[in-house]
Ligand binder design. Sequence first.
Ligand code: ADP
Ligand code: MG
Length: 244
Amino acid sequence: MAEEILQVKGLHKSFGNLHVLKGIDTQVSKGEVVAIIGPSGSGKSTFLRCLNLIEEPEQGQILFNGIDITAKTAKAHEMREQMGMVFQSFNLFPHLNIIDNITLALVKVKKLPRLEAEEIGMKLLERLRLTDKAKEYPGNLSGGQQQRIAILRALAMNPKIMLFDEPTAALDPEMVGEVLDVIKQLAEEGMTIVIVSHEMSFVREVSTRVMFMDEGVICEQNSPEELFKNPTSARTKDFLRKIL
Ligand code: ADP
Ligand code: MG
């Protein structure tokens, strides 16, 4: 059986009176690329944020590598280090240059010596042919470059899973491809990925499973071929008709 990285059982989350996640049950195995699609406000971001405990789930369980990270005794920060997260807005530190952005957590959290951290950072920049940007500040880079740096910053921590929340939604159209290419490369290297994205040709090509969320539940999940060709729920059909 495939090794399960995440198991989610009966996950609920409310903000005040607003019941956003209404019982999510799913699992993610090693090497899977799970794409989450669904209408705005359906709880996709809240779900991702619960997975790495940026939001505290109010009910249910999340097991990460078999460990219940929702247990009172769980060490949230240690677990979070093993999950890379990339948001729609790149969230680089504007006052730090690129190499310092990438190495900050390696030095502060992982306590690596600065030189060792910089070596890791430069190797990552090399992969994307961005070494000449090491001493630049985020504000001098294009959105596509900033988002690729944000991905490198997450990868520097050597995560077991990468979570992406609409990573290309804030980009100018001509920069979407360069960011999706990096994610595709990660997928091909076997990284376990959960990604919210409405870039349907990317989802079709790269994901191993598509999850359709609506009103706080997973309505339907299937291989991209099946889900796009033969959606079973009326809500999935309706959503796909609108966006495809
Ligand atoms: P999606 O990512 O699918 O668009 P979200 O998870 O961002 O959906 O939001 C789901 C619902 O939860 C929305 O109605 C949103 O306004 C609400 N919501 C999200 N985060 C918060 C928050 N921190 N406080 C209050 N309401 C929130
Ligand atoms: Mg969202």
